[in-house]
Design a binder for this molecule. Structure first.
Ligand code: SAM
Length: 220
């Protein structure tokens, strides 16, 4: 499918899949959305502890980069697992402007290592931030009680409805520790109902710019 780098409303870039008219991030602001949904509605629930994070759709690494920028302010140690079946190409990565937009040029080497690091291996990006990328389909995740927080960042249900089903949320529910959370930009009723059906407690929260609501699910 044809892909293109576009600039979103906050000046940060993202990848657009032209045939689907779908982006890796919100057109209203890629960085703004990532901060709102994953950091302020997710990571901010934690401080002074070790946290195991699962990202559903590692993609450009923007969420991992922002987590890397933010984790020390909360005195966290992070074990970050990013699952991705279809890695972004080096050519596309070179066209993204996240380091400049986040004023994080000091992390240039970390961002490079993040993408260059081998799949299926734990790599210490810093002494307190471990990254493991796993190249596989979401439906093949089979861990139990392993994660405190899931960044659920799949493409929208409009284009990949099979990723917003009871089957997938059952896999997420199994993967999350008791008391852990899943956050996503989505707010559709069918998505909320699928989360409820597998046993999550689900809150509607204010959405990022351009979206009225988003969802946060907790495993009791
Ligand atoms: C919305 S994008 C993720 C954006 C990413 N979090 C970022 O910050 O760049 C969705 C990602 O899911 C990946 N993907 C799509 N279907 C998948 C599947 N069935 N299993 C694993 N990854 C998949 C895509 O390749 C894409 O990278």
């Amino acid at each position: 499918m044809e892909r293109e780098i576009i600039t979103t409303a906050d000046g940060s870039t993202t990848i657009q899949i032209k045939d689907w008219q779908e982006q890796y991030h919100s057109k209203h602001g890629a960085i703004q959305e990532a901060y709102h949904v994953f950091i302020h509605s997710g990571l901010d629930l934690y401080k002074n502890q070790t946290i195991d994070i699962l990202e559903i759709g590692f993609g450009t690494g923007l969420n991992a980069l922002i987590t890397l920028i933010e984790f020390q302010k909360r005195n966290l140690k992070v074990n970050y697992t990013g699952v991705e079946a279809y890695p972004v190409s080096n050519d596309e990565l070179a066209q993204l402007n996240y380091l400049e937009q986040l004023n994080a040029q000091a992390l240039e080497n970390n961002f490079r290592v993040m993408h260059a690091s081998p799949w299926e291996e734990v790599v210490a990006l810093t002494p307190d931030f471990n990254l493991k990328k796993e190249q596989k389909l979401f439906k093949d995740i089979d861990v139990i009680n392993a994660f405190d927080l899931v960044y659920f960042d799949a493409f929208g249900a409009r284009v990949q409805p099979e990723l917003w089903t009871v089957e997938i949320f059952q896999i997420m529910f199994n993967a999350v520790k008791s008391g852990g959370y899943l956050v996503t930009y989505a707010a559709k009723g069918s998505v909320r109902r699928a989360m409820l059906e597998v046993g999550f407690l689900v809150e509607r929260l204010p959405g990022p710019p351009g979206k009225r609501e988003m969802l946060r699910a907790k495993k009791p």
